[in-house]
Ligand binder design. Sequence first.
Ligand code: ADP
Ligand code: ZN
Length: 746
Amino acid sequence: MSNGNYINVILPLRLGWEPVYRVPQGTEPVSIGTRVRVCFGRGAYTGVVSELNVKTEIDPSRILDISAIEDNLPCITPEEIRLWRFVAEYYMCSVGEVYKAAYPSARTDGEETAARRKERQAELEARRQAAEAVAIQKKKETLALRLEKRKEALAHARKETVKERLEAEITDLESELDQLESRLASRGMDKPVHDAAQDIQQLPSFKEITLNDAQATAYADICAAFREGKPVLLHGITGSGKTELYLKLAAKVLSEGRNVLYLVPEIALSRQLEDRLEAFFGPLLMTFHSARTQSGKLKIADALRSHSERTPYVVLGTRSAIFLPHHDLGLIIVDEEHDSSFKQSDPAPRYNARESAVVMAGIFKANIILGSATPSLESLYNCRTGKYALAKLDKRYYEGSGADIEIIDTIAEKRKNGMVGNLSRKLLERISQTLENGGQVAILRARRAYSPYVQCEKCGDIPKCPRCNVTLSYHRDNGKLVCHYCGRSRAFTGICPKCGGSLQTIGAGTQKIEEELTAAFPGISIARLDSDSARSTAYEKETLEGFASGKIKILVGTQIVTKGFDFKGLALVAAIQADSLSAQDDFRADERALQLLEQFRGRSGRRGMKGLFVIQTSQASHPVYKMLQGLDGDSIEKMMAEREAFGYPPYTRIVNFVIKDYNEPRLDAMSSALARSISSEVKLPVTGPFAPAVDRISNQHIRHIRVLVPKDKSQAWNKKQLKDILEAFEKEKNYKDHIAIDVDPV
Ligand code: ADP
Ligand code: ZN
């Protein structure tokens, strides 16, 4: 290497390789993780140095110099790069695509002026000082309490030796208190020199959690598994105290000076949890979720980077929080691990934060706990093979709580004139009883809008989105017909565009249910929570707070209302048209419906009071309800056996090819050709091409090809084969940017 050092650079592109550049002699040295500005093709990019002293066969005259070193962009840590490499390999995308997701262009292109940097530093310092003040204050309180006790003991002490000991202790405590006092007073004037060990003592003293017997057993099991370096699946029914266990585990890790990542599937869920964690962790908590602004995210990333052992952190975040510049992680918690929101479906990287977190824990040598009342079959399977350890909590913390199940058969009710619109008289009766007793009610209807579709009385036509193969939903609040896939809408005139007949609304979404409830319970405060109404964060927050405080009596919503909320007064939960939950054409339909219903059931009867879960359905004999009631033997066992028999996950992995094209005939030709080429080159079960349930979105037609890959040593090799086949196919047919690979789709 005569004239400079050759390096590999990760570029934020879908590129299967990491191009070589030269760092010219005389340039300051770069290291792995340094960000550099380079030219590639016709563009200029900010890349990440991934390899130094690269030996290359390429003609030196063809190797470009880097354009600049991006000094003012933070370096990427080796752990981050390792995680990216795993995600890229496992989810069959490029490392650059993962880099791009972890560092969206707003970050890399951001012009970071020195002034802004200074400003941020000052902000961080202020934050650190605030945390320190809280810690000192807490410590002072503990010491003062101890001092008081000693003084009291001294007043009652008789023996000289005891008196002497107490007096000595009192002197010590008083001087320690004095010191704390002066530290509080001098804070901000001169920065104390930090000694890590001393600082750890200053952690806010976390609220002591006393475990009950069941929790203590689970806690011991968890700690034992951690000692063996195994991930733990905590299978605990709702209200059994999983969160309390997480808190206890987290407090321990923090007191050892290591950090905690607490992953939750969704923002709505994290909001209530955030208050609970804030109360427990105080200023150590940082929240990171998709709704945060770009600058808010930057701030958290910077805070993590510039913080040291002296104040460990807890990050509460949704899936992309795994891509923050973490360090010294001691514990990762994956709450509600079964939730499919941990999976990103589009765009690449199509990763599952749960599986990635397990790998991440390995990278950081951190412990990891996945928890759920309704674990995924994937994680249960991992327990069976011994990859994970299983800890269980079978009892609710407040005994006697929990919800009974009542199934209302709407077909039978209709015959008996037992339905008022979409609500049965029985359910209405239960609701009024609950309200009379001062309780609250939550209602789940899995479809938003006023009615899922409208139909012409005269010609029977059901208007569809002109761009998507889905029916248009009627939204009464804004008088529009809306496509839930592409978001486009048009005014609802009530007149059939085909024949001029009159359009009738069919079926009931959350808006209509809300309307019917308002009519049935005049004067009662009712609110609705779905992705239409929750579009405003303020509204969502207000609604959740209103329901928590008891101001709102009835809450109607989509799946959002089933998520891990803890509402004291919630006595009745009801699922309306529950059959729609298990009607999907998917091998996971039962598992999903069961998880959703069980989660929802767990929302009621939380504080020692008996709750009721009403399921209104037109398919009262569906096996899912039997499973839910435990009337069907070991339902997990049954589902597992079924998956095994069909060779479905968790016994195999699915690699799904998603092909999209505006031109349908070309799509069909290409999809068939790709399927043929896969079948001929790998000996794996291939299904398709087939059209998914919604086979056209925003004018793009869609086909899937599904390949089942065995879950053994051949997995990585098979995936590599599949990727190579795709790349060769794209090249040969000159068919770029039409095909995506989705590994472990949900
Ligand atoms: P889960 O996360 O399993 O649904 P939680 O941790 O939310 O359960 O516990 C349910 C309720 O019981 C909460 O109100 C919680 O504060 C309370 N609880 C659980 N364990 C304890 C404990 N060890 N000490 C005090 N309260 C507890
Ligand atoms: Zn559409």
